[in-house]
Ligand binder design. Structure first.
Ligand code: ATP
Length: 498
């Protein structure tokens, strides 16, 4: 069955009650949908990669399926080709399309075209915003979300590869994200709230530039209001203009999977996601203090903002260490963040730190002391230890090393990329601290803050020495995060009872 027969079958099966009231289908043909709506629809359907499911439900001929497939291979939109065939050759209407989406539970797709079908039919779109599991393709479907070729990370280290999968499709790692099984993404998002794009558009005043908080490797981040809450909204980029419909799902998948499963005071909270708008969005708790990277340098550009005190610096590092320790130990298999750096440590209004950006997180070797070889290095090169950069040896020691660099940056006030005053030679921060720490502590500690003494000096000494240990060249010489926390313990101030 195909063509007109299919239309009748789908209509009969899905909207027969409606047809009995307004029997004539007076909706417009699919080909007359406004371009912007068609574009939005195709972007959404391509992101879900449901063309095969649609083709099966519409009972297209194998040759037509091949045609769609080859369009897709050429980097074009499979959903658009489906609409060309189904809406073009067979002249199907938007009502028929709506019925098809209803049958497949593609509720957001129904929303995109709802203005082009009779209002009577809007009742078929669930009132509550569905979770992603409701968008599920039939359970036996072999639909996959293809994430495409590798792309450069903001750090310049490639963080993906071409389908060199060594893991099962149920648990794609950064090694295998070329092909994410849609059910895996859905599973990751199951308990998360799906948020209506229109609410985000309103809450950011239509993505007003004044609300722009920053730009990451995967898209822009905006401040906004949602349900009377301050939120940060990450708007995910499409990979390129040519292939606009293929969404970068890698980061969102990791954020969904890991951020959604980890709840900790020092890990940023993910509230929900949105996929029914122009671009997919992830919605987080707003960290109004911005990133540690910006805060460390803010006093240089804004004289009214004092530099962070030694105590504040210590608390931020202590909280960050707790977050990393939690990730390494909360499950049987340690979770390795893979991109610990000041830009990914976010601060709330009380300067409490929360680790964000789980886009490069991955499950490590089975135990905390073990090492596994990976195929691809990922992360920000200057924060990565030599055994990972050169030999691709992944262990929790990677995060420990990056945390060590953060400690040294925070307490010296120098960025790991700064030129250092050593005969005009560019020396890296690590060598510089190693060389000078024993003989001249005052030279090493940040001079923008009054020199510490007493308990503050002990605290700073502990921080720098822990930083040096964490950045040991040999991973086995680095402390575990539990050891780091034990070392920090005597320097903590106990919170006063209220
Ligand atoms: N929850 C949040 N609250 C406040 N600001 C945020 C939040 N999340 C991100 N930002 C801001 O947006 C910027 C971009 O964040 P994003 O995580 O996308 O990229 P990044 O970590 O800076 O870079 P990359 O993704 O390339 O590693 C951050 O540097 C930060 O200033």
């Amino acid at each position: 069955m195909s063509g007109a027969e299919t239309r009748d079958a789908v209509n009969h099966e899905n909207v027969n009650r409606t047809r009995s009231r307004s029997y004539l289908d007076d909706s417009i043909p699919i080909r007359l949908l406004p371009l912007s709506v068609r574009h939005q629809l195709c972007a959404h359907l391509d992101a879900l990669d449901v063309w095969q499911v649609m083709a099966t439900a519409a009972k297209l001929y194998p040759s037509q399926v091949d045609q769609i497939h080859s369009e897709k291979q050429r980097g074009r939109s499979a959903s658009n080709e489906f609409l060309n065939i189904w809406g073009g050759q067979y002249n199907h209407t938007v009502l028929t399309l709506f019925a098809l989406f209803k049958k497949l539970k593609l509720h957001n797709a129904m929303r995109v075209i709802k203005d082009y079908v009779s209002e009577d039919l809007h009742k078929y779109i669930p009132q509550s915003v569905p979770t992603i599991s409701e968008l599920r393709a039939p359970p036996d479907s072999s639909v996959r979300i293809n994430n495409g070729p590798p792309y450069p990370s903001s750090s310049g280290v490639s963080n993906s590869n071409n389908n060199q999968s060594t893991t099962s499709p149920e648990d794609p790692s950064l090694e295998s994200l070329g092909n994410i099984h849609i059910s895996t993404v859905q599973k990751a998002a199951e308990s998360l709230m799906e948020i209506d794009y229109n609410e985000l558009e309103t809450g950011t005043n239509k993505w007003c530039p004044e609300n722009r908080l920053g730009q990451g490797g995967f898209g822009e981040v905006y401040r906004g209001q949602w349900k009377q809450m301050d939120v940060a909204i990450k708007v995910m980029n499409y990979r390129s203009h040519v292939d606009k419909t293929q969404v970068e799902l890698q980061q969102s998948y990791n954020e969904l999977k890991y951020l959604n499963s980890i709840r900790h005071d020092n890990v940023v909270a993910l509230y929900g996601y949105s996929i029914n708008g122009e671009k997919p969005c992830l919605v987080y708790q707003l960290m109004s203090g911005g990133s540690l990277e910006n805060r460390l340098r803010a006093h240089k550009s804004d004289a009214s903002l004092p530099p962070l005190t030694w105590r504040q610096r210590f608390n931020i590092c202590d909280g960050t260490a707790r977050g990393i320790y939690f990730m390494h130990t909360v499950r049987g298999t340690p979770l390795i963040h893979g991109d610990i750096k000041p830009a990914n440590i976010l601060l709330d209004q009380c300067l409490q730190p929360k680790i964000g950006d789980f886009g490069l997180a991955r499950e490590g070797p089975k135990s905390i002391n073990a090492v596994m070889q990976v195929k691809k290095v990922f992360g920000t090169r200057i924060y990565l230890p030599p055994e990972f950069r050169h030999s691709k040896n992944l262990s929790t020691g990677v995060d420990v090393y990056s945390f060590g660099i953060v400690l040294l940056e925070v307490f010296t006030g120098r960025q790991v990329t700064d030129r250092l005053p050593e005969n005009d030679l560019q020396q890296d921060l690590l060598h510089y601290v190693k060389q000078h720490w024993r003989h001249n502590r005052t030279e090493v500690l940040d001079k923008h803050v009054p020199m510490p003494f007493g308990a503050d000096l002990d605290m700073c000494v502990c921080a720098i020495e822990t930083g040096l240990d964490c950045t040991a060249i040999e991973p086995q010489n680095r402390p575990l995060m539990s050891t780091v926390l034990n070392r920090f313990a005597p320097h903590r101030i106990k919170p006063q009872p209220i």
